[in-house]
Ligand binder design. Sequence first.
Ligand code: ZN
Length: 524
Amino acid sequence: MLLVKIGFVDKNKEKFYITTPLYYVNDVPHIGSAYTTIACDCIARYKRLRGFDVCFLTGTDEHGQKIFKSAKAQNKSPQEHCDFITGEFQKLWKLLNIEYDKFSRTTSTKHTHLVQEFFKRVYDNGDIYEGEYTGLYCEACEDFKSEKELLEGNLCPVHKQRAQDYEEKNYFFALSKYQDKLIQFLSSTPDFIQPEFRKNEVMGWIKEGLKDFPISRRSVSWGIPIPNHSGQTIYVWFDALLGYISGLIDDSNEPTIAEGIKSYWPASIHVIGKDILRFHAVYWPCMLMSASLPLPKKVFGHGFLTKDGEKMGKTTGNVIDPYELINTYSTDAIRFFFMREITFGKDGDYTKENFLNRVNSDLANNLGNLLNRTLNLVNKNFNGEINGDPSKDLLQLKSKFDSTINLYSKHMDNLEIKEALDSLWQLIDSTNKAFNDIAPWKLLKSGDIETTKCCLYETLIILRNISILTYPFIPETSVKIYKQLGYDKLDKYSEWERLGFNSLGKNIKVTVGSPVFPRLENKT
Ligand SMILES: [Zn+2]
């Protein structure tokens, strides 16, 4: 079987624009937002390695009644509150080693300009009209609810709080007009909604009939004013989604839609939690159609996290505090656990036991020990330097190695993050097994230097590739491994080109440092 490595791409041609949701700043960041952002960062790092011209955007959604109330409760102005919480998000992303390119804030001046321009576009297209809304509204969701969607006593199924009667003279967006167009779009773009099983949910909503919805508020002061109409602000979702475009504009440039869409728009993928699927898979494409703007290529709705099998909630105290996890363990351990343990797209559970087991067995034992044993042998017996011939294939892992790289890339391109890591760890397991079977320490004793060298050389080749392939997930550890293997710098934009079962290069001298991933202890 001939395998051709999935290759490096030409960054002049291939752009990749990925977004997290713009996180709502009513409260400090929680583990759910961290999970989404880590996943996006891993995908973005993988694409950069592959050579894509990547833009990774995250940010904050800062308008609406809930934020106004949160600010008031703390005796802050809404803007002070937004600045503070946004700062908390940025701090956490730094601690989690998130390498975003753009941070979009919906209270920025450029965003306000852009939203108002967008409103005018849609208005001029005849899709905004004045009307009167009577119905139910969940303030926590910032969303309108039909009685059918609510639980007994009009409780919101997500927030378990009562949806309020809502009656206002508003501007409406003519969503219903786009029903057929949206169905057409979804059937001609079958992978727009991912994972596949979320599509049925969306098709269900559409079949029930899309209803026009109010996009202005009389009662909400903390929002973007409707152009030329005093006293009303724009509905938070009709505002926030535009942050994916406004966030692309450099502050020195004209804050116009044309400027926003000229470099990276349309998004290659919006990664979101499943709870905001309707806004991204129904409202957003219709809004863009109305404004004659290109639609994003993909919306990926991931699942929710639970702790010890239970839903997390502030009131029950059953939460995972991301800061506590980072302080107790390490950033790479956290990044690794959530990506390795949970099928991306499905719900996933965190228990401390699983966390420690997973991280210790995969990182400290399987990868860490293989690395340490190899480096020690090379260092002690060959003064850190070793030559060899990769074509010998003593370990008989070359074909497994080639198929792993292909499988890994295929999975990453399909956003099957866990499966990509599975394939990588199968290679690590096989390498450990082959290494143990050949037992170079025994060969040394028996004086078979050539076979020993060959075994160590091939193991170093595999480790070198593994350090590159783990870079998107555990960047700090990966770079440490790369250095211990004798290379000065892992080039995060082009290292993919050097993947392969090939020579280690000239004058490469390994160094034995401290273990790159010490075993984690159970701390409480
Ligand atoms: Zn709700």
